[in-house]
Design a protein around this ligand. Structure first.
Ligand SMILES: NC(=O)N[C@@H](CC(=O)O)C(=O)O
Ligand SMILES: [Zn+2]
Ligand SMILES: [Zn+2]
Length: 435
């Protein structure tokens, strides 16, 4: 739907970036038309007193599960979760069935996103055929497809062969693309179930040692520098990885970027005490020292942004013994609240900082021209309105996703998304999807 079809919307009394005095924001033709004291009439008026206005969130790492696992999530349900979570663009990981390693699948996902129309769905292309890590997928064909793929990832698997990683960085560089790496040396994580440390040892779970991530990130940073290719590190989970990134950035040019998930900012391997597989995720929940280091790295910009790694799984894949359970957790509807809890309430980020890590940086990393833009007259009206005072209790069954595997079940979290707007059209309002 075009901005014109959406009519005009007037938000009364918002705080852009949570700063200054309340202002009215008029949206017309899909753009911000006026900011200030607006007297003009509008087709729709939203009483937004006290709400913080931010640019719409951009998620670089989402598992939509379509095609192949529509019993856990679809483009429709994930788009609803995204709209409710304040997102205006999401990047769909390639580990679907069939794998998104060719133009047909990425165009299918892209088209489904357009048909649903609640959030911009950008398919990520696989780096290797079938995610097998043997030979490069049709990267150029996916880049030139209607989906316009710019992010490539074998996520779920690591591109562990250094030669293949080198070729991927070289090839995507020529395409103006980015390689998003799931950093995990499989030789160090065979059979791994949880973070290697006392908590896992106590329960007899095979450990996933921090260097399995850190060594691959270090190697890939060196390869990125050598090739001039663009590396994006997925779900950074250890203090050591933050140190490696700090070192790599110190060596110069900005070809390396990184994301952290909300769950790695908040949860630790103390959760193993419950023995509930809802807490099983890859990379695993680490120690309190790691969450502290990740918060600092995000505040400093060593880690660029927050990405959800929203990973829906069916009940039979989670309500089982730990070793058999699939790794992954829902994230789209809880991301903002967890960021507020871990970064804003701790004084590490202000609302401008939230805009940076949830919207501006991810949009820049992915090369989206119309997302993550400043709240200014003339800019596209991709907006998220946050109620900073509200609190809510997470109930997996009430989330829009088909799956309900949230590790935040029953927790009371701060801040709600009051409204989301995509190119001038409200996609969610007061916790309801507007389609
Ligand atoms: N994060 C996870 O634990 N799982 C992801 C894959 C991944 O992100 O590595 C999934 O697809 O379920
Ligand atoms: Zn991953
Ligand atoms: Zn993932």
């Amino acid at each position: 739907m075009s901005g014109t079809d959406a009519g005009t919307t007037l938000f009364r009394g918002v705080l852009p970036y949570g700063e200054g005095e309340p202002v009215d924001v008029l949206v017309a033709d899909g753009r911000i038309a006026e900011i200030g004291r607006v007297t003009q009439r509008a087709d729709r008026v939203v009483d937004a007193q006290g709400l913080v206005a931010l640019p719409g969130f951009v998620d670089l790492h989402t598992h939509l599960r379509e095609p192949g696992r529509e019993d856990t999530e679809t483009v429709q349900t994930a788009s609803e979760a995204a709209a409710l979570g304040g997102y205006t663009a999401v990047f769909a990981m390639a580990n679907t069935d069939p794998v998104a390693d060719n133009p047909v699948i990425v165009e299918y996902v892209w088209q489904r996103g357009r048909d649903v129309g609640l959030v911009d769905v950008h398919p990520i292309g696989a780096v290797s055929v079938g995610l097998r890590g043997e030979r490069l997928a049709e990267l150029g064909a996916m880049a030139r497809s209607r989906a316009g793929v710019r992010l490539f990832s074998d996520d779920g698997h690591c591109v562990s062969d250094p030669l293949l990683m080198r070729r991927a960085l070289e090839y995507t560089r020529a395409l103006g693309g980015v390689v998003a790496q799931h950093a995990e040396d499989p030789r160090l994580t065979g059979g791994a179930q949880a973070h290697e440390g006392p908590a896992a040892a106590e329960r007899g779970l095979a450990g996933w040692p921090a260097p399995a991530e850190e060594s691959v990130v270090a190697r890939d940073c060196l390869l990125a520098h050598h090739t001039g290719g663009r590396l994006h590190v997925c779900h950074v989970s250890t203090a050591g990885t933050a140190d490696v990134l700090r070192w790599a950035r110190g060596r110069g040019e900005g070809t390396i970027t990184a994301e952290v998930t909300p769950h790695h900012l908040l949860l630790t391997d103390e959760r193993l005490a419950t023995y509930d597989p809802v807490n099983k995720v890859n990379p695993p929940l680490r120690t309190a020292a790691d969450t502290e280091a990740l918060r600092t790295a995000l505040a400093e910009g060593v880690v660029d942004c927050v990405a959800t790694d929203h990973a829906p799984h069916a009940p039979q894949e989670k309500d089982t013994e730990w070793a058999c359970a699939r790794p992954g957790m829902l994230g789209l509807q809880t991301a903002l609240s967890v960021v507020v809890l871990t970064m804003v309430e701790t004084g590490l980020l202000d609302w401008r900082g939230v805009a940076r890590v949830m919207s501006e940086r991810p949009a820049e990393i992915a090369g989206l021209a119309d997302q993550g833009r400043p709240l200014r007259v003339g800019e596209p009206a991709n907006l998220t309105l946050v109620d900073p005072e509200a609190r809510w209790v997470v109930r997996g069954g009430e989330l829009a996703s088909i799956a309900d595997n949230t590790p935040f079940e029953g927790m009371e979290l701060p801040a709600t998304v009051a409204a989301t707007m995509l190119r001038g059209r409200l996609t969610s309002l007061d916790g309801k999807v507007l389609s």
